[in-house]
Design a protein around this ligand. Structure first.
Ligand SMILES: NC(=O)c1ccc[n+]([C@@H]2O[C@H](COP(=O)([O-])OP(=O)(O)OC[C@H]3O[C@@H](n4cnc5c(N)ncnc54)[C@H](O)[C@@H]3O)[C@@H](O)[C@H]2O)c1
Length: 275
């Protein structure tokens, strides 16, 4: 018996990194997964691996920023699995620059992926959730649904070189708190997990060559200089960055029945880091 048996969970950006670990964690607790990634190969692979492990999963790949993505994503959950219980807005990347070097496109791209896309997905889920909640109320059943929005310590405390990213991640906290108030009567717990340093491709050490990732055909610089990673390890009370699995565990807390009376909160998953 898993704690999420029969629940239908949607996780954006779940082809790699933290999202991938979240998808596996929720599936291991019995949830049926709607996986997504900008890159269809990792997205499909995660859905296949979850299915091979005995759970159910379907992949709805493509950019969360595409017009109509939210409707397509939500429809996959209701049509394939007949419901919608957990939504994790995780997809994203960093595109850093100092303020004077940040272009309009860059600023907008960060808002689009980290703020506008979660808003559109949640808006698309609003009517199905309202209808399900109304039916459950009529039947006298209390069913809790979960939204977890993925933020960052950069969104809470700021980070030099990340004006666009931190503005978007900070606004996501505002969206979370507002939706907590709007959807409380539908029994939806809406919370945020803000990560500190989690070891994924975004935070890999830059050794000799600058690391880049391809995001929809755009080459984006990622990675952290090794001396800065060492400084992080010194600053983090628990002494190191987190793994994607540890990050997924924090998200799982807000998906489990134990969080049924917690909403509108931000938990920092950063090994104690508070800067
Ligand atoms: N790694 C960290 O230290 C850290 C810290 C704070 C917050 N975060 C946040 O955690 C989330 C996951 O990051 P990660 O470190 O696992 O990165 P990652 O690059 O390992 O994984 C992110 C996944 O999201 C996908 N993605 C990116 N843009 C997308 C789009 N438009 N549509 C669909 N999928 C898209 C990527 O293809 C990738 O597979 C992000 O929102 C990130 O901002 C990460």
């Amino acid at each position: 018996m898993g704690k999420l048996d029969g629940k239908v969970a949607l996780v954006t950006g779940s082809g790699r990194g933290i999202g991938r670990a979240i998808a596996f964690k929720l599936a291991s607790e019995g949830a049926k997964l709607v996986v997504n990634d900008l890159d269809s190969r990792p997205g499909d692979a995660v859905a296949r691996e979850i299915t091979a492990a005995g759970s159910e999963a379907v992949a709805v790949n493509g950019s969360v920023c595409e017009d109509g993505f939210g409707e397509r994503f939500v429809a996959a959950a209701t049509e394939t699995f007949g419901g919608i219980d957990i939504i994790i807005n995780n997809a994203g990347y960093t595109w850093d620059a100092t303020m004077r070097n940040t272009s309009d496109d860059q600023f907008q791209a960060m808002l689009d992926v980290h703020l506008v896309a979660p808003f559109r997905i949640l808006r698309a889920a609003a009517e199905p959730i309202r209808a399900l909640a109304k039916k459950e109320e009529q039947d006298g059943r209390e069913v809790f649904r979960k939204v977890v929005n993925i933020s960052s310590i950069a969104g809470l405390y700021g980070n030099a070189g990340q004006s666009s990213y931190s503005a978007a991640k900070s606004s996501l906290v505002g969206l979370t708190r507002t939706l907590c108030k709007e959807w409380g009567h539908y029994k939806v717990n809406v919370n945020c997990v803000a990560f500190g340093l989690i070891h994924t491709r975004l935070t890999e050490p830059i050794k000799d060559e600058q690391k880049t990732i391809d995001v929809g055909g755009r080459e984006i610089k990622v990675g952290i200089r090794p001396h800065l990673l060492d400084t992080f390890d010194e600053l983090i009370p628990l002494g190191r960055g987190g793994t994607p699995e540890e990050a997924a565990d924090a998200v799982y807390l807000f998906c489990s029945p134990e969080s049924n009376y917690i909403s509108g909160q931000v938990v920092v998953c950063g090994g104690g880091l508070m800067i």
